[in-house]
Write a protein that binds this ligand. Sequence first.
Ligand SMILES: NC(=O)c1ccc[n+]([C@@H]2O[C@H](COP(=O)([O-])OP(=O)(O)OC[C@H]3O[C@@H](n4cnc5c(N)ncnc54)[C@H](O)[C@@H]3O)[C@@H](O)[C@H]2O)c1
Length: 295
Amino acid sequence: MKTIAVIGAGTMGNGIAHTFAQSGFIVKLIDVSEKSLDKGMATIAANLDRMLAKGTITQEDVAKTITNIITYTDIKDGVVGADLVVEAATENVELKLNIFKQLNEACSHNTILATNTSSISITQIGSVVAHPERVIGMHFMNPVPIMKLVEIIRGYNTSDEVTKIIMDLSEKLGKVPVEVNDYPGFVANRILMPMLNEAIETLYNKVAGVYEIDTVMKLGMGHPMGPLQLADFIGLDVCLAILNVMYEGFKNPKYAPCPLLVNMVRAGKLGVKSGEGFYDYSENKKAEKISKQFI
Ligand SMILES: NC(=O)c1ccc[n+]([C@@H]2O[C@H](COP(=O)([O-])OP(=O)(O)OC[C@H]3O[C@@H](n4cnc5c(N)ncnc54)[C@H](O)[C@@H]3O)[C@@H](O)[C@H]2O)c1
């Protein structure tokens, strides 16, 4: 594998592009507008600078990583010649099915098609392409350049061969891949999201404030970040989408999203990416101060 196409240059897509490019792969980064691509590339540059300042990479690594990434606004142009496509667009089932239908037309049948979805069925995504045995979940964690885990999700039709290729590839990126099966939320979010939702419910019920809830979980449970701050980092829209997939998928009220979360997403308060969630990130410095703890 040499060339990887990454679809979506948002929170996860730019991290995935960064990680592959830093490991020497040619990355074709695709998003719907130049503006989104510029924002993604600016984030990659800022994260590389931070790693350089910490001494974890060299100036040469920075330059190579940036040159390994080429940007595209057209999906067909972007996926030409890719050995692997990693889709990391918005968490929306219709949008992802539409992207995979386009990939089915634009890519050769040998191209492995991975999705970074947090919760949408890999089997359902695979159902819209010929040869669904090449469709697999490659669920990176945020921030991608730092977090070691990749949850590898086998759809109903995913082949052993494709699973092995993707497990080996994840190791080449310096990650630890873990193989799981395709049920709503997989493993990571099936366990994490009910906890984040419960923290939001605790706030909604006025049991305690944002600072108090996060401090209890940080200092009392040894979590590196409180659940409300983590929800802001993940994106409240992403959290809501994942909870809804689990709620529908299991038909179980324990996954019902808290009304406060629903309201905040409706109001456009999406966390770090919109400048406000449970915390205020409106002053650039403030948001930067928080993200610096993790990169
Ligand atoms: N945020 C997290 O912590 C996290 C963690 C693991 C997995 N994920 C998953 O990763 C995926 C991306 O999430 P995110 O947080 O990066 O979202 P995001 O909103 O930050 O970015 C999504 C990007 O996709 C782009 N996009 C939308 N439609 C597109 C299309 N048709 N073609 C190309 N690009 C398109 C958008 O312009 C945007 O730049 C989702 O499936 C999400 O569930 C998110």
